[in-house]
Design a protein around this ligand. Sequence first.
Ligand code: F6R
Length: 607
Amino acid sequence: MCGIFGCVLLKGSAVEQIQDGIKRLEYRGYDSVGIAMVDHGVLQIRKDAGKLSDVSKRLKFSEMRGSIGIGHTRWATHGAPNMINAHPHTDSNGRIAVIHNGVIENFMELKKELIEKGHSFVSRTDTEVIPHLIEEEMKGDVGLRDATLRALRRLKGSYAIAVLSSLEPDKIVCARHESPLVLGVSKNGTYCASDVPAIRPYTNKVVYLRNGELAVLTVGGYEIMRVSDGAEISRDLEEVSWDLEMAEKQEYPHYMLKEIYEQPTSLRYGLRLQEKYVELITTFLDRGKEVFLVGAGTSQHSCIAGSYIFAKLARLTTYPVVSSEFVERYGSTVGIDSTILAVSQSGETYDTLKAIDHSRMRAATVLGLTNTVGSTLTRVSRAYIIQQSGPEIGVAATKTFTSQVLVLSQLALRLARLRGKLSQDEIDEFEAKLKKVPGWVENILERSREPIKSLAEKYIGDKLFIFLGRGISSATAMEGRLKLLEITYTPALAYPAGESKHGPISIVEKGTPCVFVCPRGDTHAEIIGSIMEMKARGARIISICEEGDSEIEGISDDTIGMPKGIPELLSPIPYAVPLQLLAYELAVLRGLDPDMPRNLAKSVTVP
Ligand code: F6R
């Protein structure tokens, strides 16, 4: 959470680039914003609670001067979102400014120690100890870089930081541990940011900083050192392959809608996985005595869907586990015979990384499925595979869910072949269906926008929704529920449909909207039974089913028709799409911003 950006320019004012950088990082948090710049040897800071667009006007960011500066967009962890707690934070003399993404776990004891030494604090944040620690270290005539190195050695927890000081106004010192940070170099300057889209307008040449590394940025470039012992590290620039257009809204009113519509393309990319990675991951999956699929939020739903696909195609039992529960539940049993496939769009989710750190310590094999090249997950996994969805900016995951399920399906198919669990005909048939997925999604997008808009208008006043599905469709139902509640704030339940009679049915009243996910397949007859149960209690039934499925259509109040011939095991991909659109249309109709849902952030890099 939180986005950090910094730049040192050869010529020109830095403030525009800083604002643009923060804007592109707002998906990481947007409750407060702040900028620090050095102009003629003086450190200036402007910051306040609110989104960049409002604060920038109020505080006249564009009037700030200087060719070096740092900017921050916040998602509060310690201290309410207000002006005092907004970043940058400074030392006692207002000469060292720090922006931070992460959580400093030992800040209370550091703060106490610093107060005893005479430092006074103004905010309730954990971050504020960092500039004070640097100030303390600089007392012995130590330069900014070395003082920061020393200060960092005292921190426990996670951080990506950028430090700017009027005492050495030609440089930014930045560092990371368990929070992402990428450096970029252009002809006109050097950059650091939480994520590539913030620096992509200026360069495609980047370096990913690794855990426990510090970098000094100047107009001439960067130097990297290890925090623990100050050893110099040499690392070459890498080229980012995607262009800026891919990370911009283009003609769409929201990133979420753009990303929903990108799914045919992202799925086509997702079918072009690199052979050697598929091979490697499949081999590891086959060897594991127990296989866990670990993820959070939407990625957890991909894991649930994946567990059905691995079981049914490859006869491999896998355990889908919510990342934040993994250590508590399996921490004492996971070991050398366990394989963990961690699924994470960002590759930076704290809970997921914690689960795999624990597993690695116990000699388990860790594999990764992520959308983010250079992310922590790619570095700590024995083998990883990139899902190829392109940047996802909207806070609600859409195209990354469908791509994750597509990749898991391909892994399962390969495993089925390896284990001899399917005949050649069955393999060929499933492969042919996989190739059709992007086209099905394209077709759904073409024809269902208007009907879904009308559906949203009809159900706009409803205060509670229930999402149900059987088998693999329970994962689709959960994903539909998550989309709805996270961007429209509408309370919603999701259950495997068979479970609804064990409790959830008690909340159904006359008119309660129940969304059923009903692909053709093994669960079709059972889902009809579940619909009838809800209907008997007065629920209004919205069904996502195959077009021409007269049994389902006959008992539903509303249906969204899906193309014929979609196998149940692949259905989470196309069947999630109308649910994404329904949530989107409801949010827009209610005047909410689907790209920036309250209290959420795209990347949850804190415990
Ligand atoms: C939901 C959503 C979140 C993420 C979750 C995991 O729309 O975006 O629930 O799915 O925070 O993120 P990753 O996949 O980056 O680990």
